[in-house]
Write a protein that binds this ligand. Structure first.
Ligand code: APR
Ligand code: PHB
Length: 389
């Protein structure tokens, strides 16, 4: 098989890149290790910056997003039983859109199918070859048979555990990482949300988040130890713990119900540099991980693939390598700023066993400063709605 761009991974990064390239008239094939249902079974954060909504709109995959996405003009932060609302609309003139990441993946997959574009699911043993030459190749096994794709470029959109980043010689890549000493236990339930906006709460027992997927489906999280076993958390234990960590008004408004899904996600900050190796580009979770505080994962994947698609469009349309040459630096500039924001919010909102009394007082002072400073609230708001790209 021959294509212009071989995309590894059919998560949001690979799918959105595929859609942007299709719109630009560039031929691409997506290789995905798992099947469609597996990819759609993963539950991830659901807050979209306007820039991500605009990109999805630009590829014409916004019908359900426009109908079902919930515009949120603000969110709250809880501390010491008080709640501070960050007025996104008032401080920045913009809002965010709450729409499940799984639904975006589904919409992009459906659009790809409708356009007759090739995705190979269950592609085993994907291997990248010769990306340091002008003629890269990708091989994979499907149904016991080895296939080869000859291409101009490879886009590594295969997530944190993918093969793309792992294919780069170790001397050519630098990795930056911070692993947090806790995880988020998430629960999804068909119950109405406890508030019309999100609440991120810092409590002596640990962080909690009240989020939602729709007016009838809620997503809640509580901070748990890194080695916690999800089996130790009955629904009742989860609901009790959640309510303990919220201010009395929010706690009283929580409607409980049976969980549809419950899982623990570790928290990590991670960046790889650079993001280009000859004709291989890394994008999305293959290139970086943010802790979910602030919900930047998908939004960063969107800006990465925007820069990459622009670069590839210039390459094919204008015969210019300027865009692909600039890709790594452009993407990393925005990635590091989102890493900084996600890290700041994580440090502000979580309880760390290692915190000494001085550091605890610093966290409290941070909150009290935020409560009374429009400038500090604006800093949070402009990052939450998303830096421009
Ligand atoms: N070969 C082919 N596909 C692979 C391989 C491989 N060796 N390894 C991983 N994949 C696939 C995974 O099965 C997955 O479907 O790559 C895809 C990567 O998708 P995500 O992990 O969702 O990564 P990305 O698209 O960058 O996600 C960006 O969306 O899912 C969230 O947490 C993620 O917020 C982040 C954002
Ligand atoms: C979610 O709805 O899953 C969610 C929302 C906001 C976050 C993280 C996760 O910051």
């Amino acid at each position: 098989m021959r294509t212009q761009v071989a995309i590894i991974g059919s998560g949001p990064a690979g799918l959105l890149l595929g859609a942007l390239l299709h719109k630009a008239g560039i031929d691409a094939v997506i290789l995905e290790r798992k099947d469609r249902d597996y990819v759609l079974s993963r539950i991830r954060a659901g807050v979209l910056e306007q820039g991500a909504v605009d990109l999805i709109t630009s590829v014409g995959v916004d019908t359900r997003l426009k109908a079902e996405g919930l515009p949120h003009a603000g969110f709250s932060m809880g501390f010491a039983n008080r709640r501070l609302r960050i007025d996104l609309a008032g401080l920045t003139g913009q809002h965010v859109t709450v729409y499940g990441q799984t639904e975006i993946t589904r919409d992009l997959m459906d659009a790809r199918l409708a356009h007759g574009l090739t995705t190979v699911y269950n592609a085993e043993d994907v291997a990248l070859h010769d990306f340091d030459s002008a003629k890269p190749r990708v091989t994979y096994v499907e149904g016991g048979v080895t296939h080869e794709i000859v291409c101009d470029f490879i886009a590594g959109c295969d997530g944190f555990h993918g093969i793309s980043r792992a294919s780069v010689p170790s001397g050519a890549i630098s990795l930056f990482e911070k692993v947090y000493p806790f995880g988020w236990l998430g629960l999804l339930a068909d119950v109405p949300p406890c508030d019309h906006e999100l609440i991120y709460a810092n409590h002596p027992r640990g962080f909690a988040l009240c989020s939602m997927r729709s007016p009838t489906r809620s997503r809640y999280y509580v901070q748990v130890g890194a080695d916690e076993d999800v089996a130790a958390w009955s629904d009742t234990r989860f609901w009790d713990e959640l309510r303990r960590r919220l201010d009395p008004e929010a706690a009283a408004a929580v409607t409980t119900g049976p969980s549809i899904e419950k899982s623990i996600a570790p928290l990590r900050s991670f960046v790889a540099e650079p993001l280009r190796f000859g004709r291989l580009f890394l994008a999305g979770d293959a290139a970086h991980i943010v802790p979910p505080t602030g919900a930047k994962g998908l939004n960063l994947a969107a800006s990465d693939v925007h820069y990459l698609a622009e670069g590839l469009r210039e390459y094919y349309r204008d015969n210019s390598e300027a865009g692909i040459n600039a890709y790594s630096a452009r993407a990393l500039d925005r990635i590091w700023k989102a890493e900084r924001f996600s890290w700041t919010l994580t440090m502000l909102l979580h309880r760390f066993d290692s915190m000494n009394p001085f550091e605890q007082r610093m966290q409290e002072a941070d909150f009290r400063y935020l409560e009374n400073s429009r400038a500090a609230q604006t800093t949070i708001a402009e990052n939450y709605i998303g830096l421009p790209f």
